[in-house]
Write a protein that binds this ligand. Structure first.
Ligand code: ATP
Ligand code: MG
Ligand code: FE
Length: 360
């Protein structure tokens, strides 16, 4: 079964082909440098960029893999949650292609695609506890199968990635700054008393990262010497003078620890609540974070369950995860009609697919 995956939910335009669960090829164009000029994603620009580059990426993918549209058994597209204008570009393209080549349309939940992505690298073991930590979401799911996700907890305000990026902005790092914080954090030990671990005393599995953001803002206001000048250029980070670099590294290590340990506490709590699961899946851009990866290794080891972490390229947005999730859905007999809707951020993606007989 050969599935095309299309991803345009935010600022990466990406396409990929998955045949029977294995990646055949993929193309990706990131808009990160464009949005970096504004310190965040500008939705209008993002949509226009998707519109400009998606057809070319698709043609490149088909040329390199030698696949033609008539070979496709399904056209999978990230249908949300994401930036609405951006999603509409991918969904419209997918509908047009599905109409033209006759392959069924499969609307993929972008967040589920993130969590299922490590299935491209090894077998996923269900039931699993899924932690999605990305730029727009912090969700804990019980994942019974590739098509059965129960949301157990979510952030009430900022997502983990957003907390990283906003903190990075306050520290004057280039956008998106999560990875700069992580890189510098490797050079120091955390001060575990510097920043709070937000919302851990609350008994739920929900998160709230806005308090952490405020703590950083207060810290920065008290230490203006740490953040003077602009570092919008990555070279400026590389060229930081030693003393200032060491002080910033300690801040970054402490921030990394606060986020990672907050995630650890909630995931441990979730594991107790759900009882027996076979694996812990951690996905999304923040799953690339060294502190988060380490904390999750500890949780899995203590719980005696397998830890499933996608490789770094599969953590952030990509087409492979959409094609792969589409393949899992297609295999289970799911498809959408041409009335498939795109779902903006903040709304739950409905289970509005029609189920066709797998052999139909
Ligand atoms: P969503 O999937 O919720 O719509 P998104 O797809 O935009 O959001 P991702 O691409 O999964 O999010 O992740 C991007 C986020 O990951 C950014 O906030 C970025 O700063 C963060 N990130 C990437 N690498 C690291 C790292 N090493 N440490 C911390 N954060 C990181
Ligand atoms: Mg992105
Ligand atoms: Fe994403």
């Amino acid at each position: 079964m050969l599935i095309l995956g299309i991803e345009t939910s935010c600022d990466e335009t990406a396409v990929a082909l998955v045949r029977d669960g294995r990646l055949l090829g993929q193309e990706l164009a990131t808009q990160v440098d464009t949005h970096a000029l504004f310190g965040g994603v500008v939705p209008e620009i993002a949509s226009r960029e998707h519109l400009r580059v998606l057809p070319r990426l698709y043609q490149e993918l088909m040329r390199k893999t030698g696949v033609s549209a008539d070979d496709l058994d399904g056209v999978a597209v990230a249908r949300g949650p994401g930036l609405l204008g951006s999603l509409l570009v991918g969904v419209s393209f997918a509908k047009g292609l599905s109409l033209a080549c006759g392959a069924p349309l499969i609307g993929v939940n972008h967040l589920w695609a993130h969590l299922l992505a490590p299935g491209l690298e090894g077998e996923l073991r269900f039931p699993a506890l899924g932690l999605l930590v990305s730029g727009g979401h912090t969700h804990i799911y019980l994942v019974k199968s590739p098509t059965e996700f129960t949301l157990l907890g979510r952030t009430l305000d900022d997502a983990a990635g957003e907390a990283f990026d906003k903190t990075a902005k306050m520290l004057n790092f280039p956008y998106p700054g999560g990875r700069y914080i992580d890189e510098l954090a490797q050079e120091a030990e955390p001060d575990t008393g510097l920043f709070p671990r937000p919302y851990i005393d609350n008994p739920t599995l929900d998160f709230s990262f806005s308090g952490l953001k405020t703590a950083v803002a207060n810290f920065v206001a008290e230490h203006p010497e740490l953040v003077f000048g602009t570092m919008a250029d990555p070279q400026a980070v590389a060229d930081l003078p030693a003393q200032r670099r060491a002080a910033l590294a300690r801040v970054c290590a402490s921030f990394n620890w606060s986020v990672a340990d907050t995630l650890r506490i909630k995931v441990e709590r979730a594991l107790k609540q759900v009882g027996e699961v076979r694996s812990l899946i951690v996905a999304g851009g923040v799953a690339a974070n060294t502190g988060v990866r380490e904390a999750m290794r500890g949780v899995a080891e203590a719980g005696g369950i397998e830890l499933t972490l996608p490789g770094l390229a599969l953590c952030t947005d990509n087409g492979a995860m959409v094609a792969h999730a589409g393949w899992l859905l297609a295999k289970a007999g799911y498809r959408h009609g041409l009335d498939l809707e795109a779902i903006p951020r903040g709304r739950i993606v409905p289970l509005d697919w029609e189920r066709v007989r797998a052999d139909a």
